[in-house]
Design a protein around this ligand. Structure first.
Ligand code: SAH
Length: 605
């Protein structure tokens, strides 16, 4: 529960705003001196609309330890700042302060050292991948070791696309005796399986969302029977229930209350798969009796494997597999093989069956458009994606522009020249190896850029996410006025990879259709005649006074721009840093601004 403490009318109304959107929020009334002890005892986190000093004074006598105390975030009366004053990491106050700042339009003032050093706070490590951290008092020791640059080991059974850690954190197959360790594993260390004679070092263990429990049951199976079978199966196999996030079953079992309750008690999402899809999954222990009863020879094993391999539970739906003819027709596409493995074969009790499958993590490729140049034209989402990449691929000039945003420890693959194809291939190869890769390009990564070659190579083995960027035409349009106010077209004049005849046919079509035309790649040192030729084609269909706008280095230092006309524009003005926009026959120049009218029908005829 989140407790909200306020004493002024302004604080109260902000508290009410937060309470409307934050889950499990509770407003504490009355004097702060009595509200604080109550909230301290009842809440996981407190938001205080008192000054930091006042908050500290009344909370100080209540403090016991960083793993017991609630996190406290102070918000000032003017709602400018959200300040975690207690429990930044373990108490979740840093995360909460960012959340509150986002809701109120305030700035989060984060003062913990891990953030100052730019490294990932251990309590948030892998959170976006679904990692759950095992509660441990050793996290602070491991965090301190990282901050002081001591050797710390990172052991991952499988390659999860985690954000980078500082270079003093080294990958090892096993934690080393006496050395602080970060472990990403779904396996529980069994007692007796001691590592070595030397005592183990402090460690933080993360549970990745790697396991899917498949379950079936006869009608009337109880939650306790199914639950006990599941718990026993996991314990016998040495698997952590914290790595289980989904209980998979057949659609016909979707309303079996015992199975639903067993999943609910453990905090797992129930995912159901049509029996016809399950029937196609190759399993270890098929049963003809089961097939006769429910239409698939396996429920538990098949459902666990199906969801682990391709069910993509991240998609959020609770029913997958879809209808016949949907994306997963065939039930078990070839590319799913190898994505999941059965780690516990079918276990049975009187009325329940259970199996467990492990899904293999997939690497992650983020295609990021950096915008035309200026930092404030880069989207916050692009910045967030850059901050979590462990490999960054791009041209030197672009990677140089964003160097300050990259986390320490990120591997940088910049190349001064080289083919786009090679950069795309390098990025895809790193993602296939399981890494979190950012492939960056100027403007939008999908406009005359790397997204297409990357997706042609990507295949099904990696996750891809794209962050749109402000493409040159939009940035130039904003400088020139509103030239794109009605139908327009983007044409690249680069004939390095496209035959000139094809380009010319498209320019002619744009000319005939009276489309506003944006020319990308208008000229370079080697390509000097193409723009003149293209403009001549447009001039055959548009009046000589048609406006032509150009912008060089939009939003970069030294930006230059101008507006002339088809009759007067000199193609030599443009180079490879320039975007040229030719108006339609309706485009005009008003007060020095290029405007293409919307041609509203309801305007007076
Ligand atoms: N992906 C980029 C386009 C790459 S093609 C985007 O979405 O903007 C390269 C061409 O884009 C250049 O030759 C130029 O015509 C145009 N361009 C890109 N950035 C520009 C900028 N800041 N100013 C002017 N033109 C730009």
């Amino acid at each position: 529960m989140i407790g909200l403490i306020s004493v002024t009318a302004g604080g109260r109304s902000a508290a009410e705003r937060l309470a409307a959107v934050l889950p499990y929020a509770h407003l504490y009334d009355g004097p702060a001196a009595s509200a604080m002890p109550l909230a301290f005892a009842e809440c996981d986190a407190i938001i205080s609309f008192l000054a930091v000093g006042a908050t500290v004074r009344i909370a100080a006598p209540l403090i016991t330890g960083k793993y017991e105390d609630p996190g406290i975030v102070c918000v000032d009366e003017a709602l400018r700042f959200a300040i975690p004053v207690l429990g930044g990491h373990a108490g979740g106050a840093n995360v909460l302060a960012r959340r509150v700042a986002g809701i109120l339009g305030a700035t989060a003032v984060i003062t913990t050292a891990a953030e100052a050093a730019g490294s990932v706070g251990l309590d948030e490590f892998g959170a976006d991948l679904g990692f759950m951290v095992e509660p441990s008092s050793e996290m602070a020791l491991v965090g301190a070791a990282i901050l002081s640059g001591e050797r710390v080991t990172l052991t991952m059974e499988h390659e999860w696309p985690v954000p980078p850690l500082p270079p003093s954190v080294v990958r090892t197959a096993q934690p080393e005796p006496g050395v602080p360790a970060i472990v990403v594993s779904d396996q529980v260390r069994r007692p007796g399986a001691a590592d070595a004679a030397e005592p183990p070092g402090p460690r933080v263990v993360y549970r990745p969302p790697s396991l899917v429990v498949g379950a079936g049951g006869s009608t009337g199976v109880t939650a306790s029977e199914a639950g006990q079978l599941i718990d026993q199966a996991l314990a016998d196999a040495g698997l952590s229930p914290r790595s289980v996030r989904w209980l998979a079953t057949a659609d016909i079992k979707a309303r079996e209350p015992g199975l639903l309750a067993a999943a609910g008690q453990r905090g797992w999402e129930v995912v159901t798969v049509p029996a016809a899809q399950l029937a196609r999954v190759p399993v270890r222990t098929p049963s003809e009796i089961v097939r006769a009863a429910v239409g698939t020879p396996s429920v538990a094993e098949a459902a666990a494997l199906f969801v682990a391999a391709g069910g993509a539970p991240d998609g959020g739906g609770t029913e997958i597999g879809g209808t016949e003819g949907g994306g997963t027709e065939g039930g078990w596409p070839a590319e799913w093989v190898g994505r999941a493995r059965l780690v516990v074969s079918k276990q049975v009790s009187a009325r329940a069956t259970v199996a467990v499958a492990r899904r293999r993590p997939r690497g992650r490729l983020a295609l990021i458009g950096l915008g035309p140049g200026a930092r404030d034209l880069m989207t916050p989402r692009a910045v967030a994606e850059l901050r979590r990449a462990s490999v960054v691929v791009g041209l030197d000039q672009y990677v140089g522009q964003i160097a300050d945003l990259l986390p320490p420890g990120a591997e940088i693959l910049a190349s001064s020249l080289g083919e786009e194809q090679e950069r795309a291939a390098a990025a895809v190869a790193k993602a296939r190896a399981g890494r979190a890769v950012a492939l960056v390009g100027s403007g939008d990564a999908g406009v005359y850029a790397l997204a297409s070659p990357a997706l042609e190579l990507a295949g099904d083995g990696i996750e891809v996410t794209s962050v749109p960027g402000v493409t040159a035409a939009l940035a130039a349009g904003a400088v020139l006025g509103a030239p794109l106010g009605h139908d327009h077209v983007l044409i690249s004049l680069s004939d390095l990879h496209t035959q000139w005849e094809v380009i010319e046919r498209r320019v002619r079509a744009a000319a005939e259709a009276d489309l506003v035309t944006c020319f990308y790649n208008p000229a370079s040192r080697a390509r000097t005649w193409q723009l003149g030729r293209a403009l001549a084609i447009l001039a055959e269909h548009r009046p000589p006074a048609t406006p032509v706008g150009w912008v060089r280095d939009v939003s970069r230092p030294g930006q230059r721009a101008g507006i002339s006309s088809l009759a007067t524009f000199d193609p030599a003005t443009a180079d490879m840093h320039t975007l040229v926009v030719v108006g339609s026959s309706r485009t005009t120049v008003l007060a020095g601004r290029m405007v293409t009218p919307r041609e509203y029908r309801w305007a007076a005829p």
